[in-house]
Design a protein around this ligand. Structure first.
Ligand code: NAD
Length: 489
C-alpha cells in the first residue's frame, strides 16, 4: 500500500490519519475507478472489448493467448470476476443457447437424451459454485493478522469427455474463472462442434462484459496430439482431466499439478428395510438418465434375496424391460461388448429401446432400462458400460451386498447408492466403500444437486483425491501476514 505523506507510524500503535486526508484519498480512488485507471482496459466497463472467440488453429497459440489473458485478469476486481461468472451462467441459461448445445451434443456424439442434456446443462450453469466458494480464513493474535486466501493457479489445461462435453466446459469455466485462472480446453474429438460452440458462446458473452480476451480458449481441431501438446506445455500450471483411466494416468504422469476425474462403476445396494417401490422408481430413473452416460449413474444393482423378486416386479412397473432368456442375453453381449470385454463405443449412450431393437426386440416406448439377473463376475456387472443395461446380483444379506458393491466399484472411489432405512448399514457401507458421492434413498443424480441438496460438479476427482471439485480446487492457498497490528479484539 502507498505510504501517505505526513502520516508517520509509531511502532506498536495503530496509525490514525486526519479526516481531511481520508476524504482526499477516498475521492481520488473513486475518481480513478470512474475513469477506469488502474485496471486493465478490458475490465473497465466502458472499454471496447477485444472480441475474440477463443478458438485457435494450434495449441501453442491458444496457450500463449490464455497466458496474456490471465495476467490481465489478475488486475480485475472480485466484482469483475463475479460479473464474468454470472455472464457465463446467463449465456448458457438463455433458452435458445441451452436448446442448441443440448441438441448438438446428442446429434454430434450420437449419445444421450436431449431432454436430459437440457437438465444437465442447466444444472451446470445454475449450481456450479462461483467466487463465494473462495472463503478467506483469518487468524489474529498478539503477533498480528494473517489471512489465508485462495489465489489463482494461472493457466489451466482442461481435458473434457465426450459423455458430458458441454456440461464439463460450463462447470470448469465457472469454477476456474471464479478462482482467477484462465483455461485452455482440449475437448474430445468426437464432440468438437458442440465444444467449440460452447467456448464461442462463453467468449462472446465475456467480451460483452469487458473481460480480458481469451480467458477461455480451445483449438479448432481437437485431437490426442493437441492434448499431448497441452499437457507438455511449460506455461500450463495445472491439468484437469475429466475422462477414463488413460487420460487420468496421462495427466498424473506429467509431473505437473494434476486433477484426475476418472471412471466409475456405481453400484446400488437394496436391502430388506428399503421402501421397495421408491427404490425401484429411483433406480430406473437414475440408470436411464441421459441414457446412463453420467459417470455417477447406477450401473448395477446388488439386492438381498428377501426383496429381489419384489424389486424386479416394481422396476418393471417403472419402465424396466426384463430379459430372462440366456440366448437373448448372449445376443446383447455380442452387440454391446468388444472382443476385450469392454463397451462397444457405438452402443454407449444409446437408449434401451434402440439397444433392444438391435437384437430384434421391439420394446414399448416406456422401456427405459434393460434389466436381467446375473452373477457378479459377468462383464455387465464388472464393466462401466454407460448404457441403460442394469444387471441385478442377488445376495443372501445386506453385509454380503455391501461386500459385493465394494468389489464391483473397483476402488474408483466415485459414486455409490444405497436404499435402506437401517442407519447402521448405511453408515457401514458409506465408511467402507469410500466413494466421493454416496446417495441414500434417492436416484444417483441427487448426488450432483438434481433433487438433492448441495452444489453441482461435473468433474468428480476420485483418483487424485480432490473429490467434488469447485472454484477452491482450482486455487492455491496463500498466506498474507500483517505483523503486530490489526488484531482489534
Ligand atoms: P475418454 O477417456 O475416452 O476421453 C476423455 C478425454 O481424454 C477426451 O478429451 C480424449 O480425447 C482424451 N484422451 C483419452 N485418452 C487419451 C490419451 N491416451 N492421450 C491424450 N488424450 C486422451 O472418456 P470419454 O469416453 O470421453 O468419457 C467417458 C469416461 O469419462 C468414463 O470412464 C466416465 O466415467 C469418465 N468421466 C468421469 C467423470 C468424473 O467426473 N469423474 C465425468 C465424466 C466422465
Amino acid at each position: 500500500m502507498a505510504r501517505v505523506q505526513g502520516a508517520s507510524k509509531p511502532r506498536g500503535r495503530i496509525n490514525v490519519m486526519d479526516d481531511g486526508l481520508i476524504a482526499e484519498v477516498v475521492a481520488q480512488v473513486l475518481k480513478d475507478f470512474a475513469s477506469g485507471a488502474g485496471v486493465p482496459a478490458a475490465c473497465s466497463t466502458g472499454a471496447a472489448p477485444a472480441a475474440g472467440e477463443g478458438i485457435f488453429d494450434n495449441m501453442d497459440d491458444a496457450v500463449e493467448a490464455a497466458v496474456v489473458a490471465q495476467r490481465d485478469y489478475l488486475l480485475c476486481t472480485m466484482a469483475d470476476r463475479r460479473r464474468f461468472v454470472e455472464g457465463i451462467r446467463e449465456v448458457i441459461l438463455q433458452q435458445d443457447n441451452l436448446e442448441r448445445i443440448s441438441r448438438l451434443s446428442v446429434d454430434e456424439t450420437g449419445m444421450g437424451f436431449y431432454e436430459h442434456k437440457l437438465i444437465k446443462n442447466r444444472l451446470a450453469a445454475e449450481k456450479t459454485p462461483g467466487t463465494e466458494d473462495l472463503v478467506t480464513e483469518a487468524l489474529s493474535g498478539d503477533a498480528g493478522l494473517t489471512l489465508v486466501e485462495f489465489s489463482p493457479f494461472g493457466v489451466i489445461g482442461a481435458i473434457t469427455p465426450t459423455t458430458n462435453p458441454t456440461e464439463t466446459i460450463i462447470c470448469n469455466s465457472i469454477g476456474m474463472l471464479a478462482a482467477g485462472n484462465s483455461v485452455v480446453f482440449s475437448p474430445h474429438p468426437r464432440a468438437t462442434e458442440v465444444s467449440l460452440l460452447t467456448v464461442r458462446l462463453i467468449n462472446r458473452k465475456l467480451a460483452c462484459l469487458g473481460a480480458p480476451a481469451n480467458l477461455v480458449v480451445t483449438v479448432s481441431k481437437p485431437s490426442i496430439d493437441n492434448t499431448n501438446v497441452l499437457m507438455a506445455h511449460p506455461k500450463i500450471r495445472m491439468l484437469v482431466a475429466t475422462g477414463g483411466p488413460a487420460i487420468v494416468k496421462a495427466v498424473m504422469s506429467t509431473g505437473k499439478k494434476a486433477i484426475g476425474a476418472g471412471a466409475g462403476n456405481p453400484p446400488v445396494v437394496v436391502d430388506e428395510t428399503a421402501d421397495i417401490g421408491k427404490a425401484a422408481c429411483d433406480i430406473v430413473n437414475g440408470c436411464s438418465f441421459d441414457n446412463n452416460l453420467p459417470c455417477i449413474a447406477e450401473k448395477e444393482i446388488v439386492a438381498v434375496a428377501g426383496i429381489a423378486d419384489r424389486l424386479i416386479a416394481e422396476m418393471k412397473k417403472n419402465g424396466a424391460y426384463e430379459l430372462t432368456d440366456q440366448a437373448v442375453i448372449r445376443k446383447l453381449e455380442k452387440l454391446v461388448l468388444t472382443d476385450k470385454g469392454g463397451p462397444q463405443t457405438s452402443c454407449v449412450g444409446k437408449s434401451a429401446k434402440w439397444l433392444l431393437g438391435q437384437i430384434g426386440i421391439t420394446a414399448p416406448d416406456c422401456a427405459k432400462v434393460i434389466l436381467m439377473e446375473l452373477p457378479k463376475e459377468h462383464p455387465f456387472v464388472q464393466e462401466e458400460l454407460m448404457m441403460p443395461i442394469l444387471p441385478l446380483v442377488r445376495v443372501a444379506d445386506v453385509d454380503e451386498a455391501i461386500a459385493v458393491a465394494i468389489e464391483v466399484e473397483h476402488g474408483n472411489r466415485h459414486t455409490a447408492i444405497m436404499h435402506s432405512t437401517n442407519v447402521c448399514k448405511l453408515t457401514k457401507m458409506a465408511k467402507l466403500i469410500q466413494t466421493t458421492i454416496f446417495v441414500k434413498n434417492g436416484p444417483s443424480y441427487a448426488g450432483i444437486g438434481a433433487g438433492g441438496e448441495g452444489y453441482a460438479t461435473f468433474t468428480i476427482a476420485g483418483p487424485t483425491g480432490e473429490g467434488l471439485t469447485s472454484a477452491r480446487t482450482f486455487a492455491r492457498r496463500r498466506k498474507c501476514v500483517m505483523v503486530e497490528a490489526l488484531d482489534v479484539r
